[in-house]
Ligand binder design. Sequence first.
Ligand SMILES: Cc1cc2nc3c(=O)[nH]c(=O)nc-3n(C[C@H](O)[C@H](O)[C@H](O)COP(=O)(O)OP(=O)(O)OC[C@H]3O[C@@H](n4cnc5c(N)ncnc54)[C@H](O)[C@@H]3O)c2cc1C
Length: 337
Amino acid sequence: MHNIAVIGAGMAGCTLARRLVDAGRRVHVFDKGRAAGGRMATRVAGRLRFDHGAQFMSVRGDAMRARLPEWQQAGVLARWPQAAVGDSERWVAVPGMNALAPRMLWGAEFSAQTLIHTLGADRFGWWLAEESGTLPDCFDAVLVTLPAPQAVTLFERSTGAGLARFIDAMRQIRYAPCWTLMLSLSERLDVADCLRFPAGGALNWAARDSGKPQRDASRECWVVHADPLWSRQHLECEPEQIEALLTEAFAAAVGRAVVPVQRCAHRWRYARVVDALGQPCLWDADARVGYASDGCLGERIEDAFDSANALADRVLEAGANRDLPWVHAAEQHVHLR
Ligand SMILES: Cc1cc2nc3c(=O)[nH]c(=O)nc-3n(C[C@H](O)[C@H](O)[C@H](O)COP(=O)(O)OP(=O)(O)OC[C@H]3O[C@@H](n4cnc5c(N)ncnc54)[C@H](O)[C@@H]3O)c2cc1C
């Protein structure tokens, strides 16, 4: 298997790209977003930047721990001491959470703003299509790394052996939503950099984003995450209403009036995994289609990383098999549908 498509450029997609490029494969990554990173996201609003998705990485396993020195030396990862809990360190990408992804994609081809609408397999391999038409390439394998409900939608529109079985498995994966408030304030708040809130209220977490390493500390910027249940109850509200409600809840939590210079709300429909699949990845060696994401293993960035590594292992094992019917078409890189 030489020519591989990866759909989604979050931690799972970037990990797959890194592993497969390092193993000598030609990898093309597609993402609907403007940039790579997925839920490891950084919103730029004028001169302000906010990590409005994942806040930090906690590292429990050896596989991810082994990558930390490389990312630190490359200047894209740093410790965030203010968020540490006991001995458990927290890491952030610098200068924003989305900074790790481009580094991981080195050597892969990357197409941003490319929403994959349909995929299918024919005798030349896998083809991918946007709503406007089929992309001009075919692939020996396709690896999907979207949040499970979005992957189910994609697979339901698609044709190809193995997809129906994947849909059944992926339907078990469930996510909690999260409304996020990004706030820039004119004055520094006299509170700790990270605030955790008990379940049952509007808030789940708040962090001084401008206090993270290599951020602009001259500005007082906060990211506030709503409680998962509260987010679900307010899922279809207008962002302006959420901005007002969460600003009020945050002011109550810090015990003083909060006057935003700028504020903005973002809704994550699929934020944190609450029911994971419980197996590292899905892979159909005959159909050459795979699925990896945090949804396979848990709610953290490292779960997405571990899932993608498991899938990369499967793909590379399968690639060791020399009897590959699609090699000829893949070498031509021509899609003759
Ligand atoms: C608010 C919030 C806070 C979080 N906090 C933390 C935290 O502090 N620590 C932690 O470890 N984890 C945290 N997480 C979870 C963490 O972000 C995820 O576990 C991890 O980033 C998931 O990576 P992934 O690659 O599986 O999925 P994603 O990052 O979601 O990547 C999937 C990609 O697929 C793309 N995509 C979707 N549909 C299509 C399509 N049809 N065609 C092309 N591309 C498509 C998306 O644009 C996206 O880039 C948080 C998440 C959120 C939302």
